[in-house]
Design a protein around this ligand. Structure first.
Ligand code: SF4
Length: 252
């Protein structure tokens, strides 16, 4: 099944395994340039406007100002994230393709479980993440052959095996490009400062990873950088499901 879809979604002559090896030691800019030149309008950069997302956006814009940028507005984002999105629109002059949760799914969930059900159980948290994040991204990626993300291996256990270029089994086997896979958090901020990139104001308030407002808190010194995400859950992966396999977190 996946093999057939791979043939359909990866341009002929492109061997992902070979490319992954080729770019393993290449620069992030080289990887982004390859992705944009190979896939054109069939590739988009997906970002939640965290620091990593701003780095790849800046690099991609410098390669091609026509780069497609997509994001999900979950309806629960911090004001600071919306402020940053406006600053990005102003600085780069690019449209941001914003995807939203299905209003019927949202209404049904809130009617049945309330507005803040995610605090009550892991399954309700996953239901919310699926409706507000995963499903909209699935829809956005449905018409693409490749996407670019800001994942880094050092972000945690669930991301430790991230490859620079890989096939995305969760999304029809399209190409997933992770130009910052081997970057450190410090390198992200070095680039941010060097290029004077706009960044989310919450980083100045102790946040090291930023998602929805009710599910993100600042971290304490010595805590894992994603410890502020769904901090009340014990032993669960710090993931919404977008970057995990097709079965993870699905409620139906
Ligand atoms: Fe819902 Fe929280 Fe997931 Fe956002 S992070 S989609 S509010 S559970």
């Amino acid at each position: 099944m996946l093999k057939e879809e791979k043939i359909e979604t990866v341009p002929s002559g492109v061997d992902i395994a070979t490319l992954a090896d080729r770019f393993q030691d290449g620069s992030a800019e080289d990887v982004i340039r390859w992705a944009l030149e190979t896939y054109g309008s069939r590739v988009a950069l997906s970002t939640s406007f965290q620091a990593e997302g701003m780095v790849i956006l800046d690099m991609a814009y410098k390669v091609s100002p026509d780069v497609r940028v997509l994001t999900v507005d979950t309806g629960r984002l911090p004001q600071e994230t919306h402020d940053l999105m406006d600053r990005v629109r102003e600085r780069y002059g690019i449209p941001i393709e914003v995807y939203y949760p299905d209003p019927n799914e949202l209404a049904e969930m809130v009617a049945k479980h309330g507005s803040n059900a995610f605090y009550r159980s892991v399954s309700l948290r996953l239901l919310c993440c699926n409706i507000r994040k995963v499903n909209p991204i699935d829809g956005a990626l449905g018409s693409l052959d490749a996407w670019v993300s800001g994942l880094r291996r050092s972000q945690g256990e669930t991301r430790a095996r991230t490859k620079t270029i890989e096939l995305d089994a969760a999304h029809r086997g399209i190409a997933k490009v992770n130009p910052l896979a081997d970057w450190t958090y410090e390198e992200v901020w070095e680039y941010t400062r060097k290029h004077d990139l706009p960044y989310n104001d919450l980083y100045d308030k102790g946040y090291t990873s930023i998602g929805c407002a009710p599910c993100t808190r600042p971290v304490e010194p010595g805590e894992d950088m994603r410890a502020g995400r769904w901090w009340w859950e014990d032993g669960m992966p710090k993931e919404c499901g977008i970057h995990l396999g097709p079965a993870w977190g699905r409620t139906s």
